[in-house]
Design a binder for this molecule. Sequence first.
Ligand code: AMP
Length: 187
Amino acid sequence: MYVILLGPPGAGKGTQGEILAKRTGLPRVSTGDLLREAVKQGSPLGRKARRYMDQGLLVPDEVIVGLIAEVLERPAAANGVIMDGFPRTVAQAAAVDRLLAGHNATVDHVLSFEVPKEELVRRLLGRAPQEGRSDDTLEAIERRLEVYRKETEPLVAFYQARGVLTAVPGTGTIDTIATRVREAIGE
Ligand code: AMP
């Protein structure tokens, strides 16, 4: 089962992705986590990605598409993946389709987490001291939300047209939201 978690930063994709991964046994893959690891190690990928991430901008598609290919070709991904934070553009969505087609698979479910903007900003600023992320400043947060609206939100209509999208209200307790997720994927 291939599941995409869609939603702005702070919508709870990471938290719900981990719960879903535990329940299904499928790996959760976050391009954000992979990029942060690459930055920490100072790899060529990390060096390329860093300046975009710090500014709250998307890392260019040609870099990310290679990363997505690497992830979806892993043996552990053969039975499915929970995709957290990708695809984020129409070009990345096309790359996911192409790569899954190579496994005779398609995207099964896309969950779109919906949370009001003020709540997102509150959550992101609230978690900033624990996470120590360089992109949790107010300026970068505003930029990331804007980038989501412009570049990623069009994917909601893209997957809706395909009949695989479920909107999931992302407010309430973690358990309540996890139940919505479970229902959305028909478990
Ligand atoms: P995240 O942890 O998903 O919020 O990602 C943190 C940052 O990593 C984003 O603001 C982007 O700069 C970069 N990033 C993560 N995933 C992607 C992606 N699929 N496409 C482009 N940039 C990404």
